[in-house]
Ligand binder design. Structure first.
Ligand code: NAD
Ligand code: DAU
Length: 348
């Protein structure tokens, strides 16, 4: 029996990672450690919450004493760290929250793991889940490799870059066993509708404008969330100690083209006349410091660990839209309350 603590397991990606581990490894005990911020939602895990190898612990990773207690109690063999403040726009209005959770919170987890494992690292592993945004912005060509120099621009990416450096520093200084993954933009079920794809799905359903920052030519590399969860499973178990792996789908889209593709699929599924949703596209004020292009070179994870995504973008997007159409109560629940105030402030 292995005990695995997954932080941020009630969030978008974390909930898919928890499900992957709970269902695939019945001999593991999976502890979902999450503070349940606005982005954390136990509804995401309703289908697996009663399984005997799953347990939820409400804890804030900025609370070092509580985190240490939880580690003492559960004596984890592995930690998969996803808890974070994750939205770039929020980092622009409140950078400190990102330093607290993403930097201090990560260091608290590293200290707890180091203390519990007491320098006896046999069979132990800390997997830090990070982002391609730490590499900065690409021009029209080129890809981020594992050797690309860090060059973060937003408070979000600066905080994630810092956390990556701390994880490597604990490996280099104390020998803490770790692996690190830098992934591109995820999409899929349970994505909080502050992010581009679910925000546009929600707005199409409510016939509201689809806000495109700047000229819409910014480019992102999109990966279906369940494929990210499978990559995390693969790297956690098979990745080389001390190494990092880029995770992506070789799937670049300019924002404007992506939103048009989404409109096309939504119109077809809703029985709208072609072009109905596209009319909602509205160009709005740009994001400050907006990175032009991200694109991941995922050759290493493919060649060393045999990883490749399981769905095409068109399939993944179709599954995603169907999920939102079938889970409108989930969407209504997460967009009531605080979301209204956030939306008003961000887009008015
Ligand atoms: P999310 O915002 O959907 O979820 C974050 C989760 O962390 C929530 O459940 C929240 O309650 C929890 N959390 C936040 N602060 C906490 C704290 N102080 N203590 C304990 N729990 C806390 O985020 P996500 O999109 O699922 O991203 C998960 C991880 O993956 C993050 O580390 C993010 O940087 C990284 N990542 C995300 C993407 C993406 O496209 N979303 C891509 C690459 C990497
Ligand atoms: O690249 C990985 C990152 O992807 C993760 O590390 C982050 O946690 C995750 O939030 C995501 O960051 P982005 O900023 O790329 O995602 P977002 O969905 O916010 O924006 C995607 C693109 O769409 C980006 O170029 C900004 C643009 N955008 C976004 C919103 C919310 C718009 O044009 N309009 C919008 O309303």
């Amino acid at each position: 029996m292995k005990n695995i603590i997954i932080t941020g397991g009630a969030g978008f990606i974390g909930s898919h990672v928890v499900r992957e581990f709970v269902t695939k490894y019945p001999n593991y005990k999976v502890i979902n450690l999450d503070a349940l911020t606005y982005a954390g939602n136990l509804e995401n895990l309703k289908d697996i919450e009663s399984l005997p190898n799953y347990e939820f612990v409400k804890a804030d990773i900025t609370d070092a004493a509580h985190i240490f207690e939880v580690f003492q109690k559960y004596q984890p063999d592995g930690v998969i760290h996803l808890a974070a403040e994750s939205h770039v726009d929020r980092s622009i209005t409140d950078p400190t929250a990102f330093v607290m959770t993403n930097v201090i919170g990560t260091v608290n987890l590293l200290n707890a793991a180091k203390e519990i494992w007491k320098d006896n690292y046999e069979g132990k592993r800390f997997h830090h889940v990070s982002t391609d945004e730490v590499f900065g912005a690409l021009g029209d060509t080129g890809l981020f490799t594992e050797d690309t120099k860090y060059d973060p621009h937003s408070p979000y990416s600066a905080s994630k870059a810092s956390s990556d450096h701390f994880v490597r520093a604990y490996h280099d200084t104390y020998g803490l066993p770790m692996v690190l993954t830098n992934c591109s933009n995820n999409y899929g079920p349970n994505h909080f509708p502050e992010k581009l794809i679910p925000l546009c799905i929600h707005n199409i359903l409510n016939k509201k404008p689809l806000p495109i920052y700047g000229d819409g030519k910014y480019t992102r590399d999109w990966l279906f969330v369940i494929d990210h969860a499978k990559a995390i499973d693969n790297v956690f178990h098979n990745g080389k100690n001390g190494d990092s792996y880029n995770v992506g789908g070789f799937n670049e889209w300019q924002n404007i083209d992506l939103v048009k593709e989404l409109c096309k699929q939504m119109d077809a599924k809703l029985g709208n006349t072609a072009g109905t949703s596209e009319q909602l596209i509205t160009f709005v004020k740009d994001r400050p410091g907006h990175d032009l292009r991200y694109a991941i070179d995922a050759t290493k994870i493919n060649e060393e660990l045999g990883y490749e995504p399981s769905v095409t973008f068109e399939q993944g997007l179709s599954i995603t839209i169907d999920w939102y159409l079938n889970n409108q109560e989930w969407l209504n629940n997460v967009t009531s309350g605080d979301y209204q105030g956030y939306y008003e402030k961000q887009y008015s």
